[in-house]
Design a protein around this ligand. Sequence first.
Ligand code: CUA
Length: 332
Amino acid sequence: VYRKTGWLGAVVLLLTACEGSQSALDPAGSAAELIARLWWPTLFVATLVTLLVLTLLAVAVFRAHKKHAELPLSVRQSRNLVIAGGIILPLAATIPFALSSFSIGRTIHAPLPDDALTVEVIGKQWWWEVHYLDEAGDRIATTANEIHIPVDEPIRFLLSSDNVIHSFWVPNLQGKTDMIPGRTNLTSMTADEPGVYRGQCAEYCGTQHALMAFLLVAEAPEAFDDWLAHQRQPAREPATDAQARGREVFLEAECADCHTIRGTPADGEDGPDLTHIASRQTLAGATVPNRIGHLGGWITDPQHIKPGNKMPPSELSPEELQTLLGYLESLE
Ligand code: CUA
């Protein structure tokens, strides 16, 4: 029974894998479109070659089994066989793909105009630090694990890491680009359709590589402008006494050693910037939805949700935790 359901599950997975918010075969941008267009003929030819090889292998095994009397090939026949099967056929099958891969690679990584919107993304273990840059290259807004972009506009990404190698990948929009310590890699992408696309780290980077994800929100230009203008603001002031007490808890516990909340003395740099944490859809690198219950669970016992991550458990009293949560929930 287990084996049957396993097979059924695998088939269903295969059938559904072509659609969705994290699929290279459901393109929502021109770069991903070209990649998908190359992928389908590659699959077709690779399948044909595999079937051909398996058929020949089966014939050979069958004939050996039957102990057919074989006439040995002449030297000339052997030579022709090696030239045809070992050189001409593989080259004929691979050269067209090499050429179109090269040409598509040049197209999807063509340089953008200097005034294109630039987003700097730094790979962390295991989350994403995100900065928006102005035309002079200065950081004007900082967030984490959720990247907003306007639709129909090419966006430049500057990618780096200050720890191990990661890889930045939004399958619906563009191919992977590695984030390598000590250098800055470039990629770009354009979203043709508004939507929320899931990005995933595509280079093994430690225990929680699989849960190193982010959301890429492509939205109308006006909505994006509003979002960016809001992200540039410092955190809102506490509106109630309870929120003010929550802020005190944040500053007095060790939270402020690792996290920044702009507009408060908290300026730690090891963890994500929390200035507008309540405006994000997820927590912990798109691991759980950003709801108060998950946030409480994360603060109390982050190692349970994402073992190995760098956030220590808190020792807050239930009352302190409640006021802290109330404050963080107000940081829209
Ligand atoms: Cu970061 Cu895998």
